[in-house]
Design a protein around this ligand. Structure first.
Ligand code: URA
Ligand code: SF4
Length: 215
């Protein structure tokens, strides 16, 4: 039997005009989609609420879910290294995810939780949080890490493989902003070893392009 999933979306939990700290607090009670229930906690954002550069990932992973902080697992460590190598001071960035709860599959309680990509319904449901935080932070440059973040923020025809690493401007409620899409750091980790260094270097190169838009 297929049960219909009720997804009211996050909007009714998003307080109007709230700053990042108030959004973070409000997100702890979000039931905008079903992902809140099996997850440990909501993972909101990290970094500076006055950042000029925002980095948007997919969703928290296993470690992020347990600690409540984005990008603290293996992909996060790779991202931190890449950001630094691209000449960007991580302390001046705002880091968040398109989806705020960890989606996973698990065969039995206590067994390893396997990452499951959020689908379009989750991205849409969670988008009011992302929209509200980006309005508050008001960064000049937004980097979408991977296809999920791109789906949340970039035009429908954007393809990471085809359009990565190029800056473009899009209208937002806070005026024109610069966007760039690139691969997700976990895609680098999944790349076969022989090509991993090149995949990492390409991520750094894309981040460098994003950083160049700040100067
Ligand atoms: N991958 C993401 O996209 N975000 C995180 O916070 C961790 C891993
Ligand atoms: Fe709310 Fe987003 Fe979590 Fe779904 S994933 S419950 S919309 S915070």
């Amino acid at each position: 039997m297929v049960t219909k999933v009720e997804r009211p979306g996050a909007q009714e939990w998003v307080p109007e005009g709230a700053d990042v700290e108030q959004l973070r607090e409000a997100a702890t009670s979000c039931h905008g989609c079903e992902l809140w229930e099996p997850a440990t906690q909501v993972v909101f954002s990290a970094g500076s609420p006055t950042a000029r550069l925002a980095l948007v990932g997919e969703q928290p992973g296993d470690q992020e879910d347990q600690r409540g902080i984005p990008f603290v697992g293996p992909a996060g460590r790779l991202l931190q290294k890449a950001v630094a190598e691209a000449g960007i001071d991580l302390a001046t960035t705002y880091v968040t995810n398109a989806v705020k709860h960890f989606r996973f599959t698990q065969t039995a309680p206590g067994t390893r939780r396997i990452h499951a990509s959020p689908d379009v319904g989750h991205i849409t449901a969670c988008r009011p949080w992302l929209a509200a935080e980006l309005v508050q932070v008001d960064p000049d440059v937004v980097v979408c890490l991977g296809a999920t973040a791109a789906k949340a923020l970039l035009p429908k025809d954007f393809r990471v493989t085809k359009h990565r690493g190029t800056l473009f401007t899009l209208p937002t409620s806070r005026g024109e902003k610069t966007f760039l899409g690139t691969i997700h750091p976990s895609a680098v980790l999944r790349t076969p070893e022989a090509e991993r260094d090149a995949a990492y270097a390409a991520l750094v190169a894309d981040l460098r392009v994003a950083g160049s838009a700040l100067r």
